[in-house]
Ligand binder design. Structure first.
Ligand code: GLU
Length: 429
């Protein structure tokens, strides 16, 4: 995609729901004012290295052929190979992939992982695909972007609409064509084919760890902390259940149909997660139900938006009653909403820190694949805990030193690391 097209997207800031790229660029521009990084480096970081667009034909089960569009956006690789998920969703666009790939660059840098940022996907509603169709689509998509990716170049992973099985098909397709089994080409695979123990749970676990640390930082006793979670998929359900296990009171969880609500606390393990039974939260039989909008406005200590992007916007940010927002989804808060929450002293712990457990355990998986040696679940969780606490401490120091928001602080940490790497490597040629 040309930079002209990206600039067009950048100019389109009037639309009611801001695109991921617009949000990502605004956040970068704001953070750039607070770091000592060359303006040329900042300018470069507003653009991806490349965006590959491919056509993915699929033979449906009835023999008809449908044609889909796929993308892989590679934002920056100064610190290591591009890294980030592949999503199957009807709203996937090139611009969205670029915005999300930028967040991956910052996320990997905040965690101090030796990766840059990438993101891709196929414009398809996965609910309309049979398992066989999903497999064929995945294999053909893998083939179409095979020259773009690789274990030392760009390593995809699961994201919205894709899962461990999708990654297993993807790895198999790549390996068959390359003539050698190459587990390190994607992460988030099932452990039996080179995946890591604990990878599925990792984004939710990191959200729970960061929510726990944030509660502690703002002097809440976890036993007395109330939590609401929007989205009960992999991130939301794992975060809610861990916080519940650690003593917090999870009063509300939701899926697309609405929220189960119990002011005295839900038994989160009994509410079916999306993986266990899709869209069944409302069937749980909670004493009260709410809409997703009402969940976001609950007077709780910690709100975790873990569903889609742009959940908290200028329209509802004034109604958020939580004291702390821990972002489980990627980009759940628009830039306008972020400013409103900041003015209202609602502390927003950003996605690039809070949900970074996914890519961190992806890094562990990649190490295990390269070394052909599997880690125990205990080791994965211990190392994840220690890396999350290190990142939390680094960002916390920045918050206190610069009197900034948590998002600004996380961006400053990321930009400092990326800027230093760019200046040290220099511009080629
Ligand atoms: N899709 C996940 C994210 O947004 C994980 C990416 C990865 O593991 O590479 O962070």
């Amino acid at each position: 995609m040309s930079s002209q097209k990206l600039n067009d997207a950048d100019a389109d800031v009037r639309s009611a729901s801001e695109s991921a790229l617009e949000t990502a660029r605004r956040q970068l521009s704001e953070a750039a004012t607070q770091v000592d990084v060359d303006s040329g480096v900042i300018e470069r970081l507003k653009h991806p290295t490349r965006v590959v667009e491919v056509t993915v034909p699929l033979k449906r089960d009835d023999g008809e052929v449908d044609v889909f569009t796929g993308y892989r956006a590679q934002h920056d690789d100064v610190r290591g190979p591009y890294k980030g998920g592949l999503r199957y969703h009807p709203d996937v666009t090139a611009e969205e992939c670029v915005g999300l790939s930028m967040w991956m660059t910052w996320k990997c840098a905040v965690m101090d992982l030796p990766f840059g940022g990438g993101k891709g996907g196929v414009v398809v509603d996965p609910k309309t695909l049979s398992d066989d169709e999903k497999e064929r689509l995945t294999r053909r998509f893998a083939e179409e972007i095979r020259d773009t990716i690789g274990p030392k170049r760009d390593i995809p992973a699961p994201d919205m609409g894709t899962d461990a099985q999708t990654m297993a098909w993807f790895m198999d397709a790549y390996s068959m064509q390359e003539g050698e089994t190459t587990p390190g080409v994607v992460t988030g695979k099932p452990p039996v084919v080179g995946g890591s123990e604990g990878r599925d749970e990792a984004p939710g676990r990191s959200v729970a760890i960061i929510a726990r640390e944030a509660a502690d930082y703002y002097d809440y006793d976890l036993e007395e902390t109330t939590v609401a979670v929007q989205g009960f998929g992999s991130v939301g359900a794992n975060a809610a259940r861990l916080l519940d296990d650690w003593g917090a009171t999870v009063v509300a969880v939701s899926d697309v149909n609405g929220a189960a609500y119990d002011p005295s606390g839900l038994d989160t393990h009994s509410v079916p997660s999306h993986e266990e039974q899709p869209e069944a939260v409302m069937q749980y039989g909670a004493p009260n139900t709410l809409t997703n909008e009402e969940l976001l406005e609950l007077d709780v200590d910690v709100l975790i938006p873990a569903a889609v992007g742009n959940a908290i916007t200028a329209d509802n940010a004034n109604d958020v009653e939580a004291d702390v927002v821990v972002e489980g989804a990627n980009g759940p808060t628009t830039a306008a909403a972020d400013s409103i929450l900041d003015e209202r002293d609602v502390h927003v712990i950003p996605d690039i820190l809070a949900n970074a457990g996914g890519v961190t355990v992806s890094y562990f998986e990649w190490l295990q694949d390269i070394n052909r040696r599997q880690w125990s679940l205990e080791r994965v969780n211990d190392e994840l805990e220690s890396m999350m606490l290190d990142a939390w401490e680094t960002v916390r120091r920045e918050v206190e030193a610069g009197d900034t928001s948590w998002r600004q602080a996380a961006y400053i940490v990321a930009l400092d690391r990326i800027g230093e790497a760019k200046e040290t490597r220099g511009l080629w040629p």
